[in-house]
Design a protein around this ligand. Structure first.
Ligand SMILES: Cc1cc2nc3c(=O)[nH]c(=O)nc-3n(C[C@H](O)[C@H](O)[C@H](O)COP(=O)(O)OP(=O)(O)OC[C@H]3O[C@@H](n4cnc5c(N)ncnc54)[C@H](O)[C@@H]3O)c2cc1C
Length: 311
């Protein structure tokens, strides 16, 4: 089921057809507040009122022209300005293929640098997502280059990839790391093993990074909804003399909101990533693949109201 959903996330025909169905459009609202930046900022304000800082990401990936990449870059510059005007503790998170990585890594670097510099000037932070394995090398290269002058930038690393342990050793000691399990369909030769091995690998990497964060100036975000694993990480960290202050927890909008609030009340630092935009299909299919039980939610939307195919 999971592999099928990840295959569907890359299928062009489904990408064009499925988003036209209203029941799919309704189901996707569980994971995102709406298509526009105003929808996302509205959600960020309501989360702020609950004590939850946020990050924003505009959905979209694999742009094919410099003009498209420029539009995305300008959009994020505008987001940073609006966040600052509203006084929100809201960061931005970008995908490098949304900024041009498929056709011009140098242009992508310049676009990302513009965002990182503006984020620094506004006292904000920029996160770089990690996409499929074919992009890992170029994404790390961009991050290393930025990190030399712009420490207010963090990168996502995926625990499911075998290479991640050595990638961690090759990264600068400062900056930021957001550790995730990994969301893409990858050949098994690149993976640490089945889900159980990914979970155990995540625990090991998190411990190692938490120690580094406590000793130095690394900002560490554990981006997972796996609250049992978070508990195990905390126990292991405690044994190593590493306190909760060394790391933060990040989760997605629409997933385990109650746990996010509970963790805040228990003294953890928690941040919610809010996605918005109209190009949600591949991203949404990856959310379904993470928990195929979400398909029941889609089905409820199908049977709850008459399915209408939008044009
Ligand atoms: C802030 C943030 C940023 C991310 N950025 C990236 C990135 O740049 N690159 C990348 O490859 N991946 C990214 N991911 C996704 C990540 O790789 C995982 O696919 C995702 O977080 C699910 O794994 P998990 O760690 O929550 O653990 P799991 O073991 O998959 O889930 C633990 C529990 O969380 C709940 N849960 C998890 N996913 C869902 C869901 N979709 N719907 C409902 N409940 C769910 C379930 O209760 C599940 O039992 C990001 C995740 C977060 C939170």
């Amino acid at each position: 089921m999971q592999r099928g959903l990840l295959w569907a996330s890359q299928n062009e025909t489904l990408r064009t057809r499925l988003p036209r169905y209203r029941f799919v459009q309704r189901a996707v609202r569980k994971f995102m507040p709406g298509d526009t930046i105003e929808d996302a900022l509205g959600a960020a304000e309501s989360f702020a009122a609950q004590g939850l800082p946020t990050s924003l990401t505009q959905l979209g990936e694999n742009v094919t022209t410099a003009d498209e990449a420029d539009v995305v870059t300008r959009h994020y510059l505008d987001v940073l300005a609006r966040v600052s005007e509203r006084g929100l503790d809201t960061e931005i998170s970008v995908k490098l293929t949304h900024l041009g990585l498929d056709f011009d890594p140098e242009l992508t670097y310049r676009n990302t640098e513009r965002l990182a510099a503006r984020a620094r000037d506004l006292g904000n932070w920029l996160w770089i997502d990690m996409e499929a394995s074919s992009y890992v090398e170029a994404t790390l290269r961009t991050y290393r280059r930025l990190n030399a002058d712009l420490p207010h930038v963090g990168i996502c690393l995926q625990a499911y990839l075998r290479r991640t342990a050595s990638d961690i050793d090759s990264l600068p000691t400062g900056g930021g790391i957001r550790l995730v399990k990994g969301a893409y369909r990858e050949p098994s030769s690149l993976l640490v093993g089945p889900k159980r091995a990914v979970d155990e690998g995540y625990l090991d990497l998190a411990q190692k990074l938490a120690l580094r964060a406590q000793q130095g100036n690394l900002r560490l975000a554990l981006a997972t909804h796996d609250v049992r694993l978070i508990g195990r990480i905390e126990q292991a960290a405690n044994r190593a003399g590493v306190g909760r202050g060394a790391y933060e927890i990040q989760m997605l909008y629409g997933i385990r909101h109650g746990d996010q609030l509970r963790l805040i009340h228990q003294g953890y630092r928690v941040r919610t990533l809010i996605a918005y935009g109209s190009s949600w299909y591949p991203w949404y299919m990856r959310r379904l693949a993470e928990r195929p039980a979400n398909l029941f939610f889609v089905a409820r939307n199908l049977f709850g109201r008459a399915p209408v195919a939008a044009s």
